[in-house]
Ligand binder design. Structure first.
Ligand code: BTN
Length: 245
C-alpha cells in the first residue's frame, strides 16, 4: 500500500480535517500531518495542546472492511505501531496503557484519538490520530493538564521528525494490514509485554462508578480484563479510566 501524505503548516485538527473529507475523497492509508493545530482534540472532548513545530500531530484514514466489530482493537493496534516506530528508530521501549495511551517512565508520552463513522453492519470509516511529544516548549508545558513527558527527555539522539513520521506511517500501515487479515489475537502477547498496568491494583472509573481491582491484561477482542473479588471480568467500555491505587 502506498500512503498519500499531506503536510499542513496550520490546521484546526488533523483528525477533523480527514473527517471532513470522508468518505469519497480519501484513499486507504492516507495521512495528514500538521506543524500546528489550532483546535487539537484529545479524548473525552479534551483539548490537545499543539505548539508549532514541536511535536508530531498525525492522522491516518483507514476503512475497516469487517465493520464496527474490528474498531475495538484499533486503538491497541495503533499504540503497538507507535511503540514499534519508537523502538526501531530510537531504541526506547515504551509502555502501553489500556486502551490507548503510550507511557514512558510512568507518564504520558503520546495519545491516540480514533474517530469512527459508519453503521454496525457494513463498511466503517476510521480516522486514527496520534499526538506524540517530542520536545515540549516551556510556554506550552503549563497548559497541559496531565503529567507528561517527551522523547527529548529520554534520548541524546537527534529527533528527526520526518524520520519519525515515516516510521510511524510504515509501522501503522503494517499493523493495520495485519489486523485486517488476522484480527487482534496474534498481537495480544506483544501488547501484554508492554502493558503498563499488568497485575497492578487499579481503580476503574466508568462514569460515576469506581471499581477497584487488579489488571489482568486484555482478551482477544481488546477488552480490559479486571479481577474483582476473585472473578475476572472483560471491560469493553471505551470511556474508562485507570488509576494506580
Ligand atoms: C488523548 O490522549 O487524549 C488523545 C490525543 C490525540 C491527539 C492527536 S494529535 C493528531 C490528531 N488530531 C487531533 O486533533 N487529535 C489527534
Amino acid at each position: 500500500l502506498a500512503n498519500t501524505v499531506e503536510v499542513h503548516n496550520l490546521i484546526d485538527s488533523t483528525n477533523s480535517y480527514l473527517l471532513r473529507r470522508l468518505p469519497n475523497n480519501l484513499k486507504q492509508g492516507q495521512v495528514c500531518i500538521a506543524e500546528y493545530q489550532s483546535a487539537g482534540r484529545g479524548r473525552r472532548g479534551r483539548q490537545w495542546i499543539s505548539p508549532f513545530g514541536s511535536h508530531i500531530y498525525l492522522s491516518m484514514y483507514w476503512q475497516l472492511e469487517q465493520g464496527m466489530s474490528a474498531a475495538m482493537g484499533l486503538s491497541l493496534v495503533t499504540a503497538l505501531a507507535v511503540s514499534d516506530a519508537i523502538s526501531e528508530l530510537l531504541n526506547i521501549e515504551v509502555q502501553l496503557k489500556w486502551p490507548n495511551d503510550i507511557y514512558l517512565s510512568g507518564v504520558k508520552l503520546a495519545g491516540i484519538l480514533i474517530d469512527l463513522e459508519g453503521q454496525a453492519l457494513g463498511a466503517c470509516h476510521s480516522v486514527i490520530g496520534i499526538g506524540l511529544n517530542l520536545a515540549m516548549p516551556e510556554q506550552s508545558a503549563a497548559q497541559v493538564d496531565q503529567p507528561w513527558t517527551d522523547l527529548k527527555s529520554h534520548t541524546q539522539a537527534v529527533l528527526d521528525r520526518n524520520m519519525l513520521c515515516s516510521a510511524i506511517i510504515k509501522c501503522l500501515t503494517r499493523r493495520l494490514e495485519q489486523h485486517q487479515a488476522f484480527g487482534l489475537t496474534p498481537m495480544v502477547d506483544e501488547w501484554l509485554q508492554q502493558d503498563f498496568y499488568l497485575d497492578k491494583p487499579v481503580k476503574l472509573i466508568t462514569g460515576e462508578r469506581v471499581t477497584s481491582g487488579i489488571c489482568r491484561g486484555i482478551n482477544n477482542q481488546g477488552a480490559l480484563l479486571l479481577e474483582t473479588g476473585g472473578q475476572v471480568k472483560a471491560i469493553y467500555g471505551g470511556e474508562v479510566s485507570l488509576r494506580a491505587d
